[in-house]
Design a protein around this ligand. Structure first.
Ligand code: FE2
Ligand code: FE2
Length: 354
């Protein structure tokens, strides 16, 4: 299917999954049960694709042992179930080059293979947008974990991810960043990485100082950190939320603010943006129902880019909304008195030239 000489080993944990539909695709050289992975010469393959339950400790141990023994850093891909955060976290721990949502389609496999880097040996030296997004997603994973365990935020990792995103969006443009993130990341992390890219591009395009670009980028990465406390079933629910579910999700700005205030050394306007990114100028937002005069510039920008990022998400049940349509929704919200027109106009310009 790829027309190239890729020979992918597919590893699956369930005999019931055999023959795996992917077995019929020409890029898949072999389908093997997970139980046999220890006996295989993995270096004979150009990539490894794992379709196994990544929430199982036994599975992770087995995979770790085999993948760590590999001398060559062969690209490894993992299938995950939409909304199962634990699988995303584990895929990152296993140094996933890319992930795809189950069920794998021919298109999904193509996406995985095209994400393969020519020499994915030294990740620190790899400045492709895919590698930077992957590292940023790992930084998010550990930040979310720190909130859950109520321990200090690893600010060095967050700062590094933030700097790399600034470089990547600056060099490759917003479009490339959004495409990369949408192709390889799911759920809340996808959302945070998209919003971050939209913010970085906005800050760069309106000519903000290096310090402010960096501040907005960091605010983007951390704005939804409070979602670490919200059940994934609610976060990823495709349909309309019940009143109880909404009340649950509406806790995230305060959860994030409280955690970062106690466990990180961030500027007050980043903290204000984390708490206030769902506030609207007319007082109809949450959690504090602030009015325009109480909402700072940085918060207003994060709010607008957050909505744009949310509309631009790719989900299993919904393709990404085209930019023109997302901008039209933001403009309607300006007319309704919720968002600042000048900022939405600036976002339009930033997106159209990004
Ligand atoms: Fe949020
Ligand atoms: Fe958000």
């Amino acid at each position: 299917m790829t027309g190239s000489s890729v020979a992918v080993l597919m590893v699956t944990d369930s005999p019931a999954r055999e023959p795996h539909p992917a077995a019929h695709w020409s890029a898949i050289a072999r389908v093997a049960p997970l139980s046999e992975i220890g006996a295989l010469d993995l270096s004979a393959f150009s990539a490894i694709l794992v379709d196994a339950d990544l929430s199982s400790t036994a599975t992770i141990d087995r995979l770790k042992k085999s993948l760590q023994a590999l001398e060559r850093n062969i690209p490894r891909y993992f299938l995950v179930t939409e909304g199962r955060r634990v699988e995303m976290v584990q895929a990152n721990v296993l140094r996933a080059h890319a992930t795809e949502t189950r069920p794998l389609t021919a298109e999904g496999l193509k996406r995985l293979l095209s994400s393969t880097l020519p020499q994915p040996v030294d990740e620190a030296a790899d400045t492709s947008s895919a590698a930077i997004a992957r590292a940023a997603s790992r930084a998010l994973g550990s930040a979310f974990e720190s909130l859950r365990s109520n321990t200090a935020l690893d600010s060095t990792t967050v700062a590094r991810a933030s700097n790399d995103i600034v470089d990547s969006v600056g060099a490759g443009g917003l479009g490339q960043w959004l495409d990369t993130v949408r192709a390889h990341h799911q759920g809340t992390y996808q959302h945070c990485l998209l919003v971050t890219g939209v913010l970085t591009n906005f800050a760069q395009k309106v000519g903000m100082s290096q310090a402010d670009v960096s501040k907005l980028t960091t605010a983007g990465l951390l704005h939804d950190i409070g979602k670490a406390t919200i059940p994934v079933a609610i976060l990823e629910k495709p349909g309309k939320l019940s009143a109880e579910e909404f009340a649950e999700i509406a806790r995230h700005p305060i959860e994030g603010f409280d955690y970062l205030t106690a466990h990180a050394d961030l500027s007050p306007d980043i903290l204000a943006a984390v708490r206030g990114h769902h506030e609207y100028l007319d007082g109809s937002g949450y959690p504090d129902g602030l009015m325009a005069s109480q909402i700072g510039d940085l918060t207003r920008i994060v709010t607008i880019c957050d909505i744009y990022g949310a509309l631009s998400e790719r989900r299993a049940y919904k393709p990404a909304m085209p930019p023109a349509q997302a901008l039209a929704i933001l403009e309607d919200m300006c007319v309704a008195g919720k968002l600042e027109t000048a900022l939405v106009r600036a976002l339009r310009q930033a997106v159209e030239t990004g």
